[in-house]
Design a protein around this ligand. Structure first.
Ligand code: UD1
Length: 336
């Protein structure tokens, strides 16, 4: 059974491709490499010991995607193809709305034409915006997003759910990721941001290898135990296994379901810095900087639904996350 992964040369998609291959699925990948490298797919094939047919195309390109669907005849589509830089989305909202919505519409149209009935989408805890109280459950209020990137996630959730509502044979699973970090334990694949990282863990690892001089800790006056922001960091391999469980669910059920993929545990910026120092043996110089616009004090999941319904639970520790991020970055100081 072949699963088509859109955007799987990227960070989360590449780890999911390996998890799917290890679970016995055939994986086909479409990516335009606008923010990723074909080398990631080559390494996925090497790690999984199988071929992963790779199509270079923009997932919004209807003609190209129809050809790919005709060749691959996927049983399900997992949609990772989107822009994800929060700050850039504020500066270039139309770029984000055009790309993130167009890729989704094209994939759903091609699925309808090809008769593919299962759709799994990379959503984000960012859809809870600033309105809900932690821990977030899937019933927590969504909306109030602080940036266009977040709105595209929420809009895509709506588009996919409406599509499933109109087709009783369709299955949609919306996965709301918390903060993915870590890397494959081999150190062969990992997060490879272009330019200066926006997110905390790749910033820390780039300071650790000397690509950046010091970490800026955005605010130490939040109402949290040490004053720094608290997030629910989840190992990308746990997240990848969550996709396998979500796929199994989607292939057996109809309609739309939403799942939080998080650990349920909050970790502060400084706790993560110190855990990383212990795991790597490298000191991370940092300074306290002003709060970053749009940041919340605390974000963490109630992951009970995923455990109850999918039988999935994150098992890897913060130490695992740090050790694996460090192995990836130190073995590949300049990425792929
Ligand atoms: C961000 C996005 C979120 C997106 C996610 C994954 C915002 C408001 N949210 O989550 O929509 O889904 O990335 O791409 O941008 N921090 C520092 N110094 C840094 C970087 C981060 O102190 O150099 C702090 C932040 O203030 C925050 C924590 O580290 O408290 C995590 O930040 P980050 O990794 O950027 O993730 P989020 O902001 O939670």
């Amino acid at each position: 059974m072949t699963i088509l992964l859109a955007g799987a040369a990227g960070y989360i998609g590449s780890h999911t491709a390996i998890a799917l291959a290890q679970a016995g699925y055939d994986v086909a990948i479409v990516d335009d490499f606008s923010n990723s490298s074909p080398e990631a797919v080559r390494r996925c094939e090497e790690l999984a010991g199988v071929k992963m047919p790779l199509y270079q195309a923009d997932a919004a390109d209807r003609a190209a995607m129809e050809d790919i669907f005709a060749q691959v005849r996927p049983a399900a589509v997992i949609h990772f193809a989107g822009f994800k830089a929060v700050g850039e989305s504020v500066a270039k909202p139309l770029k984000y709305y055009r790309n993130n919505l167009d890729t989704t519409l094209t994939l759903l149209e091609c699925m309808a034409k090809a008769g593919t009935k299962a759709f799994i989408f990379s959503s984000s805890a960012t859809v809870y915006g600033a309105r809900a109280a932690v821990p977030y459950t899937e019933q927590s209020e969504t909306g109030g997003c602080t940036n266009p990137y977040g709105w595209t996630k929420l809009m895509i959730e709506q588009i996919a759910a409406d599509t499933a509502k109109a087709d009783p044979d369709m299955s949609v699973v919306l996965l709301r990721y918390f903060n993915p970090v870590g890397a494959h334990p081999s150190g062969r694949i990992g997060e490879n941001p272009s330019g200066v990282p926006n997110n905390l863990m790749p910033y820390i690892t780039q300071v650790a290898v000397g690509r950046l001089p010091q970490l800026n800790v955005f605010g130490d006056d939040y109402p949290t135990p040490d004053g720094t922001g608290v997030r629910d960091y989840i190992h990308v391999c746990d997240l990848a296994e969550g996709h396998v469980k979500a796929l199994e669910y989607a292939l057996e059920h109809k309609g739309t379901e939403v799942f939080n993929l998080g650990t349920g545990h909050g970790v502060s910026v400084l706790e993560l810095v110190h855990a990383f120092e212990r795991a790597s043996g490298v000191k991370i110089p940092y300074r306290i900087a002003p709060r970053r616009a749009g940041d919340l004090a605390e974000v963490y999941a109630d992951p009970a639904k995923a455990e109850r319904v999918l039988g999935w639970k994150a098992t890897r520790t913060v130490e695992d996350m740090c050790a694996d991020s460090w192995r990836w970055q130190s073995n590949n100081p300049n990425g792929y």
